[in-house]
Design a binder for this molecule. Structure first.
Ligand SMILES: C[S@@+](CC[C@H](N)C(=O)[O-])C[C@H]1O[C@@H](n2cnc3c(N)ncnc32)[C@H](O)[C@@H]1O
Length: 257
């Protein structure tokens, strides 16, 4: 079905999900682990914040699994937001999309005081430098109610207190797994996906705006490790913090407010 701008966004979303599975071969199991924990810990009706949502892969699955839930999906990338809105819409008014830069100290204001019971993020917070990450965790620590949940699904390297484990998350082994997933499943890479999307008529203004927004942002060579996340979450007021799902350094970190 053709969405806004005459683009088949639903098909681009399926293609997005496929290429992401090359980088995170157990991506669906990782999503399911977060949802299983939510089912065990929250009532049927709750509001989730999909943090750095991309095209809304978490929100899509979460709203399908929990019919009484609502979601707020936030991201800085205008292409991702257009793709998510074009492919998923508002899911009968249960999904809100908000244009937000997590590097801005006032990012939470864009949520207009909406209540949040759970925060979920996947393959995204490695973008944030330690100062932004720490501030975002603090903001969420203040914003979530007691018992609120924060899930961060990402590659979180083992810290230096486990030097032998750290060798497992230095990249080589995980690259080997990722290369094997790309080859076995015949997947395109993220670069190929972006190149293909940029040939779609009408997308150029969104791509130009995306480039403008990311121009001032630098990728970190090494993103904060697991120990850093745990310490920052504890400082932010989360009472319990630990891993609930893991394959090497690819894990779901759960923090309970
Ligand atoms: C690899 S995508 C992951 C998207 C989705 N969660 C998934 O698993 O498919 C990472 C997302 O983080 C977003 N992001 C990076 N820096 C951000 C920032 N400062 N504020 C908001 N979103 C950001 C990017 O725009 C991108 O959509």
């Amino acid at each position: 079905m053709l969405g806004t701008m005459g683009i088949d966004w639903a098909s681009w979303l399926r293609r997005w999900d496929s290429q992401q599975e090359g980088y995170v071969p157990e991506r669906e199991a990782r999503f399911t682990a977060m949802f299983d924990a939510i089912e065990a810990l929250l009532p049927a009706s709750f509001t989730a914040l999909d943090l750095a949502c991309g095209p809304g892969s978490i929100s899509q699955r979460l709203l399908a699994r929990f019919p009484h839930a609502k979601a707020i999906a936030v991201d800085i990338d205008p292409v991702m937001l257009a793709l998510g809105q074009g492919a998923l819409g508002t899911v009968d008014g249960r999904l809100r999309w908000i244009d937000v830069d997590l590097d801005r100290p006032d990012w939470l204001a864009a949520l207009d005081g909406a209540p949040i019971d759970a925060v979920l993020s996947s393959t995204a917070l490695h973008w944030l430098w330690p100062d932004s990450l720490t501030r975002v965790y603090r903001d969420l620590g203040r914003r979530l109610p007691a018992g609120g949940l924060l899930f961060n699904a990402d590659h979180l390297a083992f810290g230096s207190r486990l030097p032998t484990f750290a060798r497992l998350s230095d990249g080589a082994l995980e690259r080997q797994w990722s290369d094997a997933a790309f080859a076995a499943r015949g997947l395109e890479t993220a670069e190929q996906w972006w190149a293909a999307l940029s040939a779609e008529p009408g997308v150029e203004p969104l791509l130009a705006e995306r480039e403008r927004r990311f121009a001032g942002k630098r990728r970190q060579e090494t993103s904060p490790d697991f120990d850093f996340h745990v310490a920052a979450l504890r400082d932010a007021g989360f009472r319990e913090v630990d891993t609930v799902w893991q394959v090497l350094s690819d894990r779901v970190l759960l923090a309970v407010r």
